[in-house]
Design a protein around this ligand. Structure first.
Ligand SMILES: Nc1ncnc2c1ncn2[C@@H]1O[C@H](COP(=O)(O)OP(=O)(O)OP(=O)(O)O)[C@@H](O)[C@H]1O
Length: 261
């Protein structure tokens, strides 16, 4: 018999819970009926052919677009209609497919600015970011973790594409997000740069314990990272399972029309 005092603690709920999520534009369903949970500390990869709705899904999760159906919960709180900055305050961070850094600022200044903005110092943000010890510390730590500490004082615009991707990750880490959405971080990288960035993403997940959702086209990159793979197709969630399950799924293979997964 279980008494109130000896009851096992309830399992923690999912970090992210998506139910029947949809986004229609001009009568076209860009995202439709998408539902899944992401557990604390999990790494879920999102794959799918071009135009499948992966970025649109990320836009719905991060609040850039308003869903026309369904709900999004973060740690049990309904954030379906919350603005992007409110989601960020609650611990949801994201990167974009295209690089988005201030080219004229130094690498460290870019990260400090993000840290200061997250800490709420909006008034004369830049001066505060420069002077604020906590922001400087957060920036230095983030740059160290992505392997960019030695480039802290160069202009962000002078970085290689691969280093800009690392900088974007550092900008994200400076805000200490629990749930990170990475939209094709490897896009445009030379083959030689992929392993280093993969290692950084792996460390952010495994060593720092952050929950990650990542859009990525290449299964070889995902295999060493993802606990589960979500497959999008025509705006719908076609499959969700371990990388092995998904690769063996004939419906998934058909969606890719013979392209290697
Ligand atoms: N604002 C919009 N208005 C109308 N259609 C849109 C809009 N944004 C995206 N779409 C369409 O929605 C579909 C899904 O686009 P989305 O960018 O989400 O796909 P994706 O899976 O991220 O593609 P890729 O792998 O090429 O980045 C595409 O057909 C796209 O043209």
């Amino acid at each position: 018999m279980t008494t109130a005092g000896s009851a096992a603690p309830a399992a923690p709920g999912p970090v992210l819970s998506v139910r029947d999520l949809g986004w229609s534009v001009g009568g076209a369903d860009i995202v439709a009926g998408v539902g899944f949970d992401v557990a604390e500390g999990e790494f879920v990869a999102v794959i799918g052919p071009n135009g499948a709705g992966k970025t649109s899904l990320f836009n719905l999760l991060s609040g850039l677009t308003r869903p026309t159906a369904g709900t999004v919960e973060l740690d049990g709180a309904d954030i379906t209609r919350a603005a992007p900055h409110r989601r960020a305050r609650r611990g949801l961070g994201r990167t974009f497919q295209t690089s988005s850094v201030f080219a004229g600022l130094t690498v460290a200044e870019n990260v400090r600015l993000a840290a200061a903005a997250h800490r709420g110092s909006c008034l004369r943000l830049w001066r505060r970011a420069d002077a604020d010890a906590a922001s400087r510390e957060a920036a230095a730590s983030a740059l160290e973790r992505v392997g960019l500490a030695h480039r802290a004082d160069v202009a962000a615009g002078s970085l290689s594409h691969g280093d800009k991707r690392k900088l974007e990750l550092a900008i994200l880490l400076a805000t200490d997000p629990r749930l990170i959405l990475l939209d094709e971080p490897m896009a445009g990288l030379g083959a030689g740069d992929v392993p280093a960035l993969t290692d950084v993403v792996r460390a952010v997940h495994r060593e720092e314990g952050r929950t990650v959702l990542m859009v990525e086209h290449h299964m070889d990159v995902l295999l060493g990272l993802a606990d589960r793979v979500a497959v999008m197709h025509h705006g719908r969630l076609l499959a969700l399972g371990t990388p092995g399950e998904v690769m063996a799924d004939s419906v998934v293979q058909e969606a890719y029309l013979g392209e290697p997964l």
